[in-house]
Structure formats: structure tokens, C-alpha cells
Design a protein around this ligand. Sequence first.
Ligand code: HMG
Length: 389
Amino acid sequence: MLPVGIDKISFYTSNYYLDLRTLACAQGTDPEKYYVGIGQEKMGMPAHDEDVVTMAASAAYPLFEDEQSKHISTLLFATESGIDQSKSAGIYVHRLLGLNQNCRVVELKQACYSATAAVQMACALVARQPETSVLVIASDVAKYELDSPGEATQGCGAVAMLIKANPRILEIDAEVGNHTEDVMDFWRPNYLKTAIVDGKYSTKIYLQSLKKAWLNFTQASDLGFADLSHFCYHLPFSRMAQKAHKHLSRVNKSNLEPAQIEAQIADSLFYNKLIGNSYAAALFIGFISLLEKGSSDLGGKKIGFFSYGSGCVAEFFSGTVVAGYQQYLFKEQHQSMLESRQALDYEQYIVLYNTPDPQRGESVTIAEDSTGKFRLAGIANHKREYVAR
Ligand code: HMG
């Protein structure tokens, strides 16, 4: 069977961020709690004319510069901050990207896990029809109550991946380990704009699920802890991954030194520290960070991935980085996007946080505020109007 996996991968985040020092100062909290305690520096905030659709289309746009979009058989859109209960956000993206009308589109949800489900489903579809490609997009805005413990772990971002046979970035192994359990660690009822979270409990369940998914993985796969050179974790905040990886190394009675354990994940954390939690996109933005921020050649290396979605579903899977992957990355574009973002002061952050949400069908024109390729230009008669720049 042909290898299947990630052929191209790109991410996008908004042009605004709040430095967590600014948040700490407004709250009267020690900034070190955020910079050191949870390991986060900045959190992305969507502009007035930005949402999961515009971020998703902007993340996916670079993938098609030299790609025949007519070969995309399916677009899988993973999100937990969708804009409609019925219509898939992916259909707007399908039009904005000019995908062919024979391409099916569907939205998937299971908290931060859904992008991994989408990737596995995409691999299965491509294995069946190796001449086709599947576009997987994960796009989310992480929003918590003001002055809640979760506030500093907000963020936003989207990742787009082209899943193909003979991929040029990552060959994904078929063997996975799963763990599913009905728990209430984090959820968002339909009538709420912000998530409800039992923060400490959620970190405990994350670690328990890691162990259970890993043990299930070791039953399915021949790989052990020592076969994996680097690890990517779901990143609600970077300290969570550090704790998780130490936990996994203890579970496996690894004899690596603490610095070696840290080095297995360090490069995957850079982008998350600057963006914040991007829910379903976070694991794969961490993978891009590993590929783009690391100085060593990862070609031929085995990578372990831990995907966690509250509620909860967890999955451990693995893949091999393809030799020569460096030439297919969007490293310069990603780094210049992050460098050209604008810092918000606390008052500007509150204005963006409280962006009005027209709910009675009134017509609203939204001024240009974002800088990506696509924007939300207005809402009228309950219809969202997206345009390209
Ligand atoms: P908290 O309870 O306010 O923080 O919020 P804390 O008091 O536990 O402090 C955090 C750390 O900072 C601690 O370190 C402190 O010691 C340290 P630890 O004991 O953990 O090693 N600290 C300091 N360090 C240096 N200088 C200081 C200082 N002060 C304190 N001055 C909490 C933490 C995680 C609860 C909060 O951020 C939260 O509720 N976040 C949202 C939930 C979350 O992210 N959960 C993660 C697991 S669940 C998940 O990943 C799924 C999710 O992405 C959703 C989905 O699936 O869709 C969330």
C-alpha cells in the first residue's frame, strides 16, 4: 500500500495579539505566572472581520498556489467554534478557495480532537483512491470568561493540511491508540459564547488520557517510546505539553536525562507560546513549529503525536518525516506573519473581546481590520458575507 499523510501544511493566525504581561498588569497578577507558570507569552485575538472561516481560508490559500484544486475530493473542516449549527463552515471556504463542485464538504466536532479524526479519515479516503487528495482544515477561536483562570489561555488560529499518497512532509502510520471517556472537564452549551472549564480537573484528565491512549497505542504498534525521536502534544498552553511529556517518559521508565526529554518537545512549543490555544488546530501548529523552528534535519525521524479533546477523546499516533520536507514548508511566510502582528493594549483587547454579534437579522457592515487574504465584510439577514482581498 502507498504511504499516505501530510503533503503540505500551513497555518494562519490573526494580526492582533495581547501580550500576557499586559493582561497580568491589568489583573494585578505576576506576569511570571503566565510566562513561566503556564509557559505562554502572547495570545492571538481575532480582528472584527475575522472568524474561523476567514482564518481557515487564509491558512489553506498558500497550499493551492501550485496545486490543482480540482483534485481535492473532500474538505474536512474541524472546529468547536463554528459559526452555524447547520451549514458547514467549510462550504464558505470551498467557495473562497475555488474548489471544484464535486468536492464533498463536512464539519467535524469533538473539542480539540476533531482535526486528528479528520486527518485519520482523510488518510483512509486517500488510501482508497490514491489519485485524490483531501483538504483538512482546523480553525478555532479559544474564548473563556474574563477574569477566569482560563482567560490567559485564549488564542486563535487555523491549520490547513493536504493529505495525499506519497506525501512530501509526513507519512502517517496506520496504527493508533485511542481513549474515550464521558467526562465534564470542558464544554460549551449552545447558548454560551465562552467555554465552561474545570481547569485543574481538565489537566488531570489530559494526563490520564495520555497514559491510556499510549498503552492502547503500544498494543497496536511495534513502536516504543525509544523509537520516537520527537513528540507533538495538543497545546492548550506549553507547560501542559512539558508536564505530559515528563509523565509519558515516567510511564515508560525512560532513562533519558531531563534535558533530553525537554529537547524532544521544545521546538514544537514556539508558535503556541505566541498564538495561545487554537483548540483543534493546536497540535498541528505545534508540528509546524517542530519542523520550522528546529535546527536539525528531521528527515526519516519517527514523531509521536498526542491529540486530546475535552469531553473526552484522546489519540496517540505516529508518523515518519519525509526526507527533503524542508523545501515544502511555508517557514518565511509563517514567521513574517507572526512578526508583523500588532500588540493590543488592554482596552483594545476588551473592545475586541466584546465584538457585537448581530442576532436579529440587522445589516451590519464590518470595517477592514484584519490583514489576511479573506475577511468577513458584513452580516445581513443572518447571512455572513465573506470576501477575498
Ligand atoms: P490557575 O489555576 O489560575 O493557575 O490556572 P495555577 O495557580 O495552577 O498556576 C499555573 C502554574 O503557574 C502553576 O504551576 C503555578 O505554580 C505557576 P504548576 O503547579 O502547574 O507547575 N505559578 C507561577 N510560576 C511562576 N511565577 C509565579 C507563579 N504563579 C503561579 N508568580 C489552569 C491554570 C490550567 C487551571 C487554567 O489556565 C485553565 O483553566 N485553563 C483552561 C483549561 C485548560 O487549558 N486545560 C488544559 C487541559 S484540557 C485541554 O487541553 C483541552 C482544551 O484545549 C479544550 C478542548 O479540548 O477543546 C482546553
